[in-house]
Design a protein around this ligand. Structure first.
Ligand SMILES: NC(=O)c1ccc[n+]([C@@H]2O[C@H](COP(=O)([O-])OP(=O)(O)OC[C@H]3O[C@@H](n4cnc5c(N)ncnc54)[C@H](OP(=O)(O)O)[C@@H]3O)[C@@H](O)[C@H]2O)c1
Length: 349
């Protein structure tokens, strides 16, 4: 396992994978029982992993509860991240949802109890709630940092303009900085290439990429009618709903055949390589439901795709960047032949 800092805006040292624990527990009707979850956790830590990703809502609070037990042996060596917005309890009332200061405070208190710890390393705001003013959220996060209940604040699933504005406001106001983003990213979901990843590169935000296998689609197992999240949970997984997604699965299966490795390793190796090529630190969040699945994710650490294989997967899965990027690229190309060709300087993403 290799390590990186959590972006350029923090000195926090994290492993090159974060262990996603959305499968820890069975509160959603599909996931890993306690003993399997413990084995996954232990093997991840033995392999050198230190970055753990949870949320209050995962498996209706069970993910955090199980972690509260598992982390005790090594709490301070682990970088424990969790999220708030949605709430753990399925029967939550109105004031226990969203990003208000009230829900922030109560959610963090409850997460600390379930996690059986005095502090959370990284608190993710799980989703924008479309209501809470950003300064209310930032002030609330800053208070929690001051109180030592959280160490770093970060944003998950927010549009780039909201993150960027929040980061600027926090910086100008002297509040705890926005240190990272969490976003879905895989060979079947690359729209973060348009705004979110360039923003993270420019601002030095730490990036965590969720669903590196598209929820299981990129293992190719649904072509063989295997059971999995798609059949059991019927959500949180892509299907071959477009020609491009089917082409991405085709490409992964072909390369898996070429290199003699499981497709899951090929798809994860591509996300890891893409992460390494970003101009900020970025780690995939892996999501094993079993020890065997964890072994595939870990096996991908040893798999180096050839330049041709990486380029082919990148090209097959690419999304149009749209306006203004495409128009700007065209006009910059024109400028390169003129005055721009004589300008040396950093490229602003
Ligand atoms: N911020 C957010 O809103 C957000 C949203 C989603 C996830 N996340 C985070 O990201 C983590 C990972 O997301 P994800 O679970 O969707 O990741 P993923 O890697 O795209 O999908 C993981 C699923 O794929 C299947 N799988 C994995 N390895 C396999 C293998 N070798 N062979 C066959 N099937 C395999 C398993 O599902 P089955 O066995 O059930 O088929 C597993 O649960 C989560 O745990 C969570 O921490 C965050």
């Amino acid at each position: 396992m290799r390590y990186t800092t959590f972006g350029r805006r923090s000195g926090l040292r994290v492993s090159q994978y974060a262990l996603g624990t959305g499968n820890f527990g069975t509160g959603w009707g599909a996931g890993a029982e306690r003993d399997e979850a413990k084995k996954i956790f232990d093997r991840f830590v033995e392999a050198g992993g230190n970055f753990i990703d949870s949320a209050d809502t995962y498996q209706a609070g069970q993910s955090e509860e199980l972690l509260g037990e598992f982390i005790q042996a090594d709490r301070d060596d682990l970088v424990l991240a969790t999220k708030f917005t949605v709430g753990a309890r399925p029967d939550r009332k109105l004031s226990r949802t969203g990003n208000s200061r009230k829900n922030l405070r109560t959610s963090v208190e409850e997460s600390l109890q379930r996690l059986n710890t005095e502090y959370i390393d990284v608190l993710w705001v799980h989703y924008p709630d479309a209501l809470t003013p950003v300064d209310e959220l930032l002030r609330g996060l800053d208070d929690l940092v001051t109180q030592g209940k959280i160490l770093y604040a970060a944003f998950s699933n927010f549009p780039a303009w909201r993150v960027s504005r929040a980061a600027a406001l926090a910086d100008l106001s002297g509040w705890a900085p926005v240190t990272g983003i969490q976003v879905e990213y895989s060979l079947v979901e690359r729209t973060a290439d348009r705004e979110l990843l360039p923003m993270a590169e420019a601002l030095g935000l730490g990036v965590t990429l969720w669903s590196p296998l598209g929820g299981g689609l990129l293992t190719g197992k649904y072509r063989q009618s295997h059971q999995g999240r798609l059949t059991d949970l019927k959500t949180l997984v892509h299907t071959e709903s477009t020609d491009q997604k089917a082409a991405a699965v085709d490409a992964v299966l072909t390369i898996a055949n070429e290199v003699g490795r499981p497709p899951a390793q090929v798809a994860t190796a591509w996300v890891s390589e893409r992460s390494r090529r970003l101009a900020t630190s970025s780690v995939p969040i892996i999501g094993p439901r079993s020890l065997a699945q964890l072994d595939d994710y870990l096996g991908a650490l040893e798999l180096e795709l050839s330049a041709d294989q990486y380029d082919h997967l990148t090209q097959v899965s690419a999304v149009p960047l749209g306006i203004p990027h495409e128009a700007n690229a065209a006009s910059l190309n024109g400028l390169q032949g003129g005055v721009m060709a004589r300008l040396d300087g950093p490229v602003v993403p």
